[in-house]
Write a protein that binds this ligand. Structure first.
Ligand code: PGA
Length: 230
């Protein structure tokens, strides 16, 4: 079975998320898919991670139990919901919110110590891809990261393919995932404009173990079609 992760980002309300999760969990139950579907709702829509089949995770959190970190949520707040999975290193956190590699690594270490399943995101921008420096760039995104961590899932998401409607070419995905497989034993997801039309061919690329989906996950019917495209 492949891994299907839905990243809602700053979309959907708590009510909408609740309806979505109830429907998705019953869909997963009927189809006997357990623990391979993750949903990462917005912070205000965090719901208890108590669904039978679908795992609810955090898009982001600060690397502390609690404290003076205005605007952040910490491990204490995640624990209340039984959350045990988190996205770290997403390019939107790195670029829009200025998270450095050192900070990302600090968060990684904190949540790894707490035993979380970590979806660790990496990916180059268009300039790096065009200059041919992809492998060197991606290597640097592992500085300070324990690549042997047992609950690690890596998501390769080229920045130029995120939210643009244009996913990476299959040969680029194949080449990059082969490179990553050279030093990673973890599951490898692809993300960046995955939708119900291209998911099947992307999931058949060697070394692609699943997908991380943004825009196309916001409608449950589209996300279910992506799951069915395997
Ligand atoms: P997208 O987002 O599917 O809208 O491109 C993917 C992501 O950022 O995780």
């Amino acid at each position: 079975m492949a891994i299907f992760a839905a990243n809602f980002k700053c979309n959907l309300t708590r009510g909408q998320t609740q309806t979505y999760l109830t429907e998705l969990d019953s869909y997963a139950s009927k189809n006997h898919i357990k623990d391979d579907i993750f949903v990462f709702p917005n912070q205000t829509a965090l719901l208890p991670n108590t669904y039978a089949c679908v795992r609810v995770g955090a898009q982001n959190a600060y690397c502390a139990e609690n404290g003076g970190f205005t605007g952040e949520i910490g491990a204490q707040q995640l624990k209340e919901f039984g959350i045990d999975s988190i996205i770290i290193g997403h390019s939107e956190r790195r670029t829009i919110f200025g998270e450095s590699q050192a900070f990302v690594a600090q968060k990684f270490a904190y949540f790894a110590k707490a035993g979380f399943t970590i979806i660790y995101c990496i990916g180059e921008d268009l300039g790096v891809r065009q200059s041919g420096g992809v492998e060197k760039f991606l290597r640097e995104e592992f500085v300070g990261i324990d690549t042997q961590y047992e609950n690690l899932i890596v998501a390769y998401e080229p920045i130029w393919a995120i939210g643009t409607g244009v996913s990476a070419k299959l040969e680029d995905i194949a080449q990059t995932h082969e490179f990553l497989r050279g030093f990673l034993d973890s599951a490898l997801l692809y993300g960046g404009s995955v939708n119900e039309t291209n998911a099947g061919e992307i999931l058949r690329v060697p070394n692609v173990d699943g997908v991380l989906v943004g825009s196309a996950s916001l409608e449950i019917s589209r996300f279910c079609k992506i799951i069915e495209s395997l």
